[in-house]
Design a protein around this ligand. Sequence first.
Ligand code: SAM
Length: 222
Amino acid sequence: MIYLIPTPIGNLEDITLRALRILKEVDLILVEDTRVSIKLLKHYDITTPYESFHMHNEHQKVSKIIKQIKVGLTVALISDAGTPGISDPGFLLVRTALEAKLEVQCLPGPTALIPGLVQSGIPTDRFVFEGFLPPKKGRKSRLESMALETKTLVFYESPHKLIKLLDEMIPIFGGDRNIAIAREISKLYESTYRGSLKAAKFYFQENSPKGEFVIVVEGLKK
Ligand code: SAM
């Protein structure tokens, strides 16, 4: 059995009782960055053995892990924050495990996109999660492919690229499009900026972006 276990995106209280129990019960925890996860594991007195599993070693490690699970090992995967597989390692392990006819369960729990979307004030009934745009090439064409999208769009972006992203969006979505930018969800400096795209760009030019951000853009009005 493989469990995908969501972990807090800021506030350490945001972890379920079931997540803690499973992390204590499994034989092995796969962690994205040992330095990050050790803090969580220590905080909750979890002494289960762990090893690293991240984008640079997952291809190399996945078949050995699947073999171990086939002979009875129970494994949980956690990422640095939030739900594994959401802009984090997880997909390769799930796909390989399913191909090997193993059971996979993802626990419900923290992820940044859902609170960012729900508190945005922008329609939540239909949305597209776009995650991060490609880091360099292909950003413009990716955004252009969404120009006529009527569903709400949800993005992740790092603080040093936030203004660049807003700048890239304005000619494609129009400066008057509604946007909400949730910063540091569940952390000390949590806040949400709500306004038009062009006002958001002005605001963040005046108030340098710091922390982590979820960007929610209203879809094209029919
Ligand atoms: N697996 C995570 C999840 O389920 O949301 C996402 C991991 S991804 C590597 C990190 C990005 O998620 C950040 O750059 C930011 O866009 C978003 N994020 C994570 N934590 C956040 C927080 N506390 N507040 C706002 N955005 C956050």
